[in-house]
Design a protein around this ligand. Sequence first.
Ligand SMILES: NC(=O)c1ccc[n+]([C@@H]2O[C@H](COP(=O)([O-])OP(=O)(O)OC[C@H]3O[C@@H](n4cnc5c(N)ncnc54)[C@H](O)[C@@H]3O)[C@@H](O)[C@H]2O)c1
Length: 284
Amino acid sequence: MKRVLVRGADPDRWTGRTAIVTGGGSGIGAALTTALVDAGADVVCTDIDGEAADRIARGLASGRGTVRAARLDVTDGDAVRALVDATVDRAGRIDLMFNNAGFALGGNTEMLSPAQWDSIIDVNIRGVVHGVTAAYPHMIRQRSGHIVNTASMAGLTAAGLLTSYVMTKHAVVGLSLALRTEAAAHGVGVLALCPAAVETPLLDGPGVGGFSGRSYYLSGQGVRAAYPADRLAAETLEAIDRNRPLLVVPAQARMAWRFSRLAPGVMQHLATKFVAQQRQRQKL
Ligand SMILES: NC(=O)c1ccc[n+]([C@@H]2O[C@H](COP(=O)([O-])OP(=O)(O)OC[C@H]3O[C@@H](n4cnc5c(N)ncnc54)[C@H](O)[C@@H]3O)[C@@H](O)[C@H]2O)c1
């Protein structure tokens, strides 16, 4: 994993901060774990793939902070709560909770089975709810902390062939923005990450009926190249520092989002055309 320097007023800002990252065994979660450890935080890197979490942790032994790995399935609410409680018992606090685990399932919506709908709701929505409900009470008690939910640009705009994913990510944005307005009174921050395509294995992840994620993601949302995960992680720490509500990257995605608010009807028309083009190109 490439290391990117995190800018910020206080170089010791992250030293000794206790953080938990879900889905930390790959992609954005691995990059967040790396950025945090390099900045001096004490991180629990978790993933349903325990070996992947272990691999990331072993590779970070030389960082400024510390890292331990744990297997954690975010769909298991009791397990998420147990891990957060054990972390607080050990470290005395939880400063940063990154609800990041998630996946996408592309293709024509009528091809999704009920089990596939359940699965994406369980991981992408319930997984975030489990992380929030486990960590937030501790943060209220501490009167400090930051919850960072990995949503997506798909949580701000809507195009089909990714309908189930769009639904889950809109839920994560809504949860994050609403909770933020409550949490402020307790000294707790909430940030939703809304990147367009990021260069991770998710781009080549599962779909139905021959759907290709890479071809879809790199044609929509106004972007032509996937964003580097290490850069997103560094910018995430800066966004926490500045207590930003949303991190939308890259600039083309911010422009597309702005346009969708200014002209929602035109955006729907463009999204419908985009879906038709993708269906034709991918023979869906
Ligand atoms: N890559 C992108 O283009 C992109 C863009 C916007 C948002 N995101 C979001 O970023 C987050 C991370 O995705 P990524 O791109 O790094 O993908 P990734 O596939 O590289 O990493 C996802 C990780 O989550 C883990 N995971 C899956 N189900 C889990 C579960 N039930 N419990 C715990 N861990 C689980 C996987 O094992 C994997 O290690 C996701 O929420 C995704 O929706 C990704």
